[in-house]
Design a protein around this ligand. Structure first.
Ligand code: FAD
Ligand code: NAP
Ligand code: SF4
Length: 673
């Protein structure tokens, strides 16, 4: 496979980018303190070495009023600019280019110092911003300009002005957040004055030979957002003001439409950038859910944009571009858009990393060295834990045999990938299949290992995973009571009235699986847009209309014993998507449930400690999704024989197990042997 459009250089007049791939801005948590800059430099350096055309840093506030959070990333002084120098230097040493993103949070700032065009609290923030005076606005513009000049002093190749995602500049553009009646509010011309002033004054200050990207919100996905005529007018004005590139912004953070989660179709929003082609003559960058070189190539070949922006795919694989260029696209560790280790971490105040690549942002810690003494190692179980362990061990020079009881590698990921909207999980299996070939692991499928058979090895790693928990339901031997495993494997058909016991990640996934009748909407962008109410901004202001979810073929009731909100434990940035998708399908979610037993009509339940409101929920099928127990039966017999045994993934601990922990534990053990 070749990628002529993707790999073509882009001439910007005063400089050239080596290809059409921009690494989009991502806040990793390493931007906030300069003592983390060496680590950030190493992270950027790996991506530059991997061949990306232009890197954009995470957002830096131009002043305290623009902070995303107290004492967060900011570039406002010469001393700070000096501390930044290690970042562009690291990128330049690898032949790359890097731009600093200037991000003013406006009313999204999690600080009492937040400012905005009007005193209107964002629905996703508890702080109410202060409305700026005219001189206050002038101060913000000057801060943007100073920040850009400092970026230039620090050695960056350019800046990106963050004008989308609902931040400060966006808040000026939309009438619903800008209620001013001075020169900065009212007519659209007035509302767009701020970004145009910022761009033209930055250009004036930094000169012509400095990359200036403007991230333009092309689809706000909030009621009252911009309509298409306004987007075009702004793009033209931004070009006149001196921008080098226009990048695409999709959706404000407060939008109720998913824009980057795994259930969003690939390249779902490239059509929006395409609408702007021909309206301006500077290059356009498109973005969102582009995680594969072939998809990127098609987006460019079909004239949607001049460049593609990929962000999370560079956490998953720093060598994405190099592998594509060398005809090794099948070796790319694909971002599955789960958000679990990147965005969710940031929202929890932790440094980002990646579920499929735990070395992301921890390059030093996970650096692999050849084994001092090559050993013969048996890895039992080819789920995510066993796969990451076996391949890392083999790369380090150990002789590895991987035993898998079933006919395929992947463990529970083989069930996960069947969930509508989780098709990406197959990519991780494709990646490991190829890596097993490349590393020469001796893979034995249909080979259930037993303690007696594991002889001739120096060490054994048990990655045998989990077994579903049997909750000991009264009447649980009724044929209507089934495990999620049988349902997802298609071994038992589900009836039209289904009860799901357990509202964890798997309970939610099973509800999703059973509430979709046709092929997954993630594979059909038109049906997906209808289900989530995404419209053409040329027809509907903000590009958002009433969602029309496809009806569920079943009546589904999802139950849990805890009295907390069902789904509260799901991912911080994705839980709301799962909850609203199921609500839209009419799935009933009940908390504080006592399971009294299976009866003729269905499941007898009561509620709360007092066992009140006893009732029977009718059901043809009751699916058990009550968590897991570790499967580690081989450990003791092996240890009794004096064998050195390591337990990883579900085999070591089933509570709070997810693929992130499984993959990371696999690598850590492999690096220690
Ligand atoms: P497993 O995946 O269970 O793999 C264990 C392997 O060992 C199996 O292949 C098994 O056949 C094999 N084995 C067992 N005994 C032997 C033996 N004696 N000899 C040889 N082989 C043996 N996690 C997330 O992080 N995010 C998600 O979105 C997500 N979604 C999920 C959706 C579903 C529907 C399911 C079921 C799980 C999901 N998970 C998700 C959980 C994730 O898949 C597990 O945490 C992960 O697979 C655990 O990895 P593991 O390698 O420890 O065990
Ligand atoms: P889980 O998230 O721990 O949920 C288990 C559910 O079973 C809970 O709702 C729990 O709620 C219930 N339960 C526990 N013991 C029970 C018992 N004895 N009787 C009845 N109900 C019981 O586990 P999971 O759903 O099996 O998921 C496994 C792992 O895969 C999770 O850790 C998750 O991170 C991961 N996963 C993640 C995603 C994702 O989208 N990120 C999706 C799927 C899976 P009550 O105790 O309140 O009843
Ligand atoms: Fe992609 Fe998930 Fe890794 Fe984030 S954690 S980069 S979404 S694979």
């Amino acid at each position: 496979m070749t990628y002529p459009h993707l790999l073509a250089p882009l001439d910007l007049g005063f400089t050239q980018l080596r290809n059409r791939v921009l690494m989009g801005s991502m806040h990793t948590g390493l931007e906030d303190r300069s003592r983390d800059f060496p680590r950030l430099a190493r992270y950027f350096s790996e991506r530059a070495k991997g061949g990306v055309g232009l890197i954009v840093t995470g957002g830096f506030a131009p002043n305290i009023e623009g902070w995303l959070s107290p004492f967060g990333a900011m570039l406002a002084t010469s001393a700070a600019a000096r501390r930044h120098r290690v970042l562009p230097e690291a990128v330049h040493a690898e032949g790359g280019k890097i731009a600093l993103q200037i991000l003013h949070a406006g009313r999204y700032g999690f600080t009492p110092l937040a400012v905005a065009p009007s005193k209107l609290k964002a629905p996703i923030n508890r702080f109410t911003p202060r409305a700026l005076s005219a001189s206050g606005i002038e101060r913000q513009i000057r801060a943007f300009v100073r920040c850009a000049a400092l970026a230039r002093d620090a050695g960056y190749d350019g800046v990106e002005v963050m004008g989308s995602e609902g931040y400060f500049i966006n808040q000026f553009l939309a009438a619903q957040t800008n209620r001013r009646d001075d020169d900065w509010g009212g007519s659209y011309e007035n509302r767009m004055r701020l970004p145009v002033e910022i761009v033209s004054r930055i250009r004036e200050k930094v000169g012509r030979d400095f990359i200036l990207i403007y991230r333009l919100s092309m689809l706000d996905l909030v009621p009252g957002g911009s309509e298409w005529g306004e987007v075009v007018a702004l793009a033209k004005a931004i070009e006149r003001a001196g921008a080098t590139l226009i990048n695409t912004g999709i959706g404000w953070h407060e939008a109720r439409v998913p824009t980057i989660a795994t259930s969003v179709p690939r390249a779902a929003f490239a059509w929006v950038t395409k609408k702007l082609k021909g309206e301006v003559s500077i290059p356009l960058v498109t973005t969102n859910r582009i995680n594969d070189p072939q998809v990127a190539e098609e987006v460019l070949a079909s004239g949607c944009a001049d460049m593609v922006s990929l962000a999370r795919p560079f956490l998953a694989d720093p060598a994405f571009v190099r592998k594509a260029a060398e005809g090794r696209a099948d070796e790319i560790n694909t971002c599955i858009a789960c958000n679990q280790a990147c965005l969710d971490h940031v929202f929890e105040g932790r440094v980002s990393t990646c579920l499929v690549n735990p070395a992301a942002c921890r390059e030093e810690e996970f650096a692999s060295k050849p084994a001092a003494i090559p050993k013969r190692v048996a890895v039992v179980g080819a789920g995510p834990a066993g796969l990451s362990c076996a391949t890392t061990l083999a790369e380090r020079g150990h002789a590895v045999t991987l035993f898998e009881a079933s006919s395929a590698i992947g463990g529970q990921f083989n069930l996960a990938k069947r969930i509508p909207g989780k098709e990406e999980f197959e990519e991780t299996l494709r990646y490991f299949k190829r890596r097993l070939e490349l590393t020469g692991v001796d893979v034995r499928l249909n080979a259930r290992a037993d303690a007696g058979g594991l002889t001739g090895y120096d060490e054994v790693v048990l990655a045998t995973g989990v077994v579903p928990r049997n909750p000991g339901l009264k009447g649980g031997d009724d044929p209507r009571v089934v495990s999620y495993v049988s349902v997802l494997r298609g071994e038992v058909p589900a009836g039209t009235r289904v009860i799901i016991i357990g509202a964890g990640g798997i309970g939610f996934d099973v509800a999703t699986y059973l509430s979709e009748e046709e092929a997954s909407i993630t594979l059909d962008a038109k049906r997906w847009r209808r289900a989530w109410g995404v419209a053409d901004p040329a027809q509907v202001r903000g590009g958002v209309t009433k969602p029309e979810p496809e009806p569920s073929p079943r009546k589904i009731t999802l139950l849990q014993r805890k009295s907390t909100r069902p789904g509260a434990g799901l991912g911080k940035t994705t839980g709301w998507i799962h909850r609203s998708a199921l609500r839209a399908k009419g799935v009933e979610m009940l908390a504080g449930v006592n399971y009294e037993g299976v009866v003729r009509e269905g499941l007898a339940v009561s509620f709360g400690e007092e066992r009140e409101k006893a009732t029977v929920i009718p059901a043809d099928t009751i699916v058990i999704c009550a968590g897991q127990e570790p499967l580690a039966e081989l450990a003791e017999p092996l240890r009794a024989r004096g064998m050195k045994v390591h337990l990883i993934g579900g085999a070591s601990r089933a509570g709070e197990l997810d693929a992130q922990r499984a993959i990371e534990e696999g690598i850590r053990v492999a690096l220690a042997i």
